[in-house]
Structure formats: C-alpha cells, structure tokens
Design a protein around this ligand. Structure first.
Ligand code: GLN
Length: 490
C-alpha cells in the first residue's frame, strides 16, 4: 500500500510543508486506491478530475503560505449530503439522477477549510438500514474479511460506504449521518472512528432528511485526531437550520492527551444482557481496565428505559420519515412515472422509485400517525423518549461519560438478516437511545474477534461534551493500538 495513504492528516500536512510531497500526489494516491478497491462498491459517484483540480489550488495555497486548516484532506461524502452540481441519490432510484443546485452547509464548511471531495459514498436507501444492502446501487462490501470463510461481509450501515472507504484507505476521512446509529455502527464494524455529535451541533441544511428530530451529521476517520479535526471544522451554528445550536465550537484537538485521572465512567448494567456476545463482553472489560489504568473511576449505573429504546425509535423515526418522504411525488424533482391521473402519477412514481424497506417505513409511519392510532403510538413514544432522556440526565449527575459496546455483534455476511426486518432493527440496540436523547456518542475500534473482525466501543457524554468524548476516545485508542490495515482482503 502506498505510504501516503497510511498517514494521518497532520503527518501529510507536515510533508507538504517540508516540500517532500504535493497535495496533487496525495490526492492521486487516494484516487488510485479508490480504483484498486472499486469492487467494494463504497462509492456511488467519484470525481477524480475535480479532486485533482482542487489539489492544484491547495498546492498553490501551500506555496503562498496561505494553507487552510484542512487543505488537501481527501474526503468522502455520504450520498445524502447535497453537493452542488454533483449527483446526490440517497441510495435511491427515486433520486437516481438528482443533481442539487446547492451544497449542504457541512460540506461547504469542510471544502471551505480546504478538504477535497473525492466522491459520494454508498448508503442504505434514505439512510434506513444497518448494512448498506438496501441501496439501489447494490451492497457495499466491508474491506475486512473473516479468517473462517471467504464470504463478503456487510460494512454496517447506513453510512457503510463512508466507513468502508475510510477502512480501505480510499479516503482519509468521510462524512456520515446518524439517526439511530448509522455512523457509530459502521465505524465499529469497519474498525474506524466515528462520532455522532450532539443534536444541533452540525447543520442539517442540505442533508436529505430521514427523521428530522434524530438526524445528525458527523465524521469518520482512522484516528481520533483526524475525526476531531473534521468535527471542529464542520460544527457550528447555521442560520439555515432552525435546530442548529448557538455555540462556540471549542478546539477539540486540545482534548487529546489530557488526563482522565479522577473522572468517572458509567457502565450501564442494561447493556450487558444474558447472552451478550462473549467476545464483545471481553473487549468491553478490557476497555474498562484500560480506563482504570489511566486513573478513571468506574461506576455501575442503570439506564432502566434502555429496553424501550428500539420500539420508541421505530415509531418516531418512521413517523418523521413518512412525512419527510412525502415530497418525492414525481412532480418537483427526482423520478417521474406518468399516469392517467395525478393520483396515478404519485402512486406509479413512488411504487417504482422506493425500495421495500423505505415502503415499509412509510407504511409504519403513516399508520402510527393516523387518527385513532396517534395517541397510542406516536404520542406515547414521545413520552417514553423523554423518559430515556431523563435516564441519561440522571446518570450524568454521577458520571462524566458512559462506556458501552457499539454493537452486539461483528460484521455479518451480505444477505443475512435481509428477510427479517426485526433482526436488522436489533442492530441498533446500543445506539438508538443516544439519538432519542440528542446526546453525543463516539465509536473507537478496540480489537479484533477470533475471526479477525473489528470490535468497537462507544463513549457517550452529556450534551455538547464532545471534548470529553475525544479525551476518552484518545486514551482508548492509545491503549488499544488498533492496527487499521485496511482489512485483510486488500
Ligand atoms: N439502522 C437504523 C435505521 O434503520 C438507523 C439508521 C440511521 O442512523 N440512519 O433506521
């Protein structure tokens, strides 16, 4: 593997400043790797020519001593972030040929800081899923392979194209969105770092909406440092998103290397059910030991409403999705399948344009919002959501952060769990409550299973305490010394 695609951003930047390498060479190394790993199907659209042009501009800025904070950072962008002039599909046939006329705020900020978009990544259709197998453009393959068999594995989802590309070194970092776990779960299954920030920290303007009260954008990278760097540049208030917070974004890099001595880590007992995968439990215990060694105090806590997290999420998310997806009607944009009447046009377009999982969610969402059912389902789910939030608020009176596994299993084979939606929904058991409460969570790779597959741990914190998350994640990263080799298959 080319040495350039193994380095962190700060190391690459130093090389450019020392005139040992140019940004154009770095971007070329990444676009070559994109080609070599094409079979993973991590990208829906690639833009090597545009990336090289931007690399030239970045080189000029370096030469003039005017380099920006992320100049030359090769970035992959999940295909639900609008980028002006670049096809944006959300993994759906209904948006197969949709080219936005504007750019999402977070992409604008990252590009403004100098990062170079190398392509748009594959995802579960409209971000609904945990495996990146519901995409209209076919499944993405995890770069990691099991030692026990040769089958292709899922990269997690819905941001599986992003996590796979970072793991395969075909991008240095990537953007994802997390509504119920779609950044943290794929990060864990691909052995990379991924953070879902506090709801409202990053603008949602220009991101194709799934469930608006839960959706949040966040970055992936191979190191905690690169992840912190991306978040620092993409976070911040945006007047175009009414839910975006007025908040002075701190320099997250300053949290790295800070001691955690005397800080308290909560271990929620509800996350250790009988029958928890033994290898996940082992790595959880190991991570607890690392944190104790670093001087943290470990406390058992209880989050009693955890068990209601999934059912609550699977009422609220489809309800909001059914409303958000009403706009794909064949009239304004996207696919149009003409019919004799206006109703026919709607119905033919949506029948042809949406896949099965999206249709299932629309049906569930419409049902729970319908007259007579609204009080029993949607309203009740909103009340339980508040109880989940109260659980976390009470816990954070006692502890600084909470440590849990990110997932209950390692990557499974492509094709598994597809015919059983409930089994697929269970993938999010450790991640959804975070979105319901709006709090941040980061997943860090800690080790490999006996089969040789990555396992991730999740650090959760109170609202807007991303600094603590990076501080702990960095300690874990140092202790784990996880080697991201881009998977055995490469
Ligand atoms: N897997 C969850 C779902 O299918 C979460 C998806 C997400 O976070 N976008 O809804």
């Amino acid at each position: 593997m080319n040495e350039l695609i193994q380095l962190s951003y700060s190391a690459l930047r130093q090389k450019v400043l020392n005139k040992e390498v140019t940004v154009q060479e770095i971007v070329k190394a990444y676009t070559d790797q994109m080609q070599k790993t094409e079979k993973l199907n991590a990208f829906v659209t690639i833009c090597p020519d545009q990336a090289l042009k931007q690399a030239q501009e970045a080189d000029q800025r370096f030469q003039k001593g005017e380099a920006r904070p992320l100049d030359g950072f090769p970035l992959a962008v999940k295909d639900n972030f609008c980028v002006q002039g670049m096809r944006t599909t959300a993994g759906s046939k209904i948006l197969e040929n949709f080219v936005p006329t504007y750019t999402s705020t977070v992409v604008q900020k990252l590009v403004g800081a100098g990062s170079i978009v190398v392509g748009k990544t594959n995802m579960d259709e409209f971000a609904m899923g945990s495996s990146t197998t519901t995409s209209f453009f076919g499944p993405t393959v995890n770069p990691w392979k099991s030692k026990d068999h040769a089958s292709d594995l899922i990269p997690g989802g819905s941001s599986g194209g992003s996590s796979a590309s970072v793991a395969a070194h075909s991008s240095l970092g990537a953007l994802g969105s997390d509504t119920g776990g779609s950044i943290r779960q794929p990060a864990a299954l691909c052995g990379v770092v991924g953070i879902k920030p506090t709801y409202g920290l990053c603008s949602r303007y220009g991101i194709i909406a799934f469930a608006s009260s839960l959706d949040q954008a966040g970055p992936f990278a191979r190191t905690v440092e690169d992840t912190a760097l991306l978040l620092r540049e993409m976070a911040g208030h945006d007047s175009k998103d009414s839910t975006s917070l007025q908040y002075q974004v701190p320099d997250y890099l300053k949290a790295l290397g800070k001691s955690i001595r005397g800080m308290k880590v909560g271990i929620p007992k509800e996350y250790r059910p009988d029958g928890l995968n033994a290898e996940i439990a082992h790595w959880w215990d190991q991570t607890i030991l690392w944190l104790k060694d670093a001087g943290a105090e470990v406390v058992e806590i209880s989050l009693p409403y955890t068990k209601y997290g999934l059912p609550t999420y699977y009422i609220i998310a489809p309800a909001e999705a059914s409303s958000n997806l009403a706009r794909y009607d064949g009239v304004r944009y996207g696919l149009r399948v003409p019919g004799g009447t206006l109703d026919d046009l709607y119905s033919y377009t949506r029948t042809a344009g949406f896949g099965d999982e999206v249709k299932r969610r629309i049906l569930i969402g419409t049902y729970v919002l319908s007259a007579g059912k609204y009080e029993d389902y949607y309203l009740r789910a909103q009340r339980v959501r508040q109880c989940v939030t109260n659980d976390f608020n009470a816990a954070y009176q006692k502890v600084d952060v909470i440590l849990t596994p990110t997932t209950a299993n390692t990557a499974f084979k492509i094709g598994e769990n597809i015919t059983d939606p409930i089994a697929m929904y269970l993938q999010d058991v450790f991640t959804v409550t975070t979105n319901l409460a709006g709090i941040p969570g980061i997943s860090v790779p800690v080790g490999l299973s006996k089969e040789g597959l990555p396992i991730g741990m999740q650090v959760l914190g109170p609202m807007l305490q991303e600094e603590k998350l990076f501080q702990f994640a960095h300690i874990i990263e140092q202790a784990a010394r996880f080697k991201n080799l881009g998977g055995h298959s490469l």
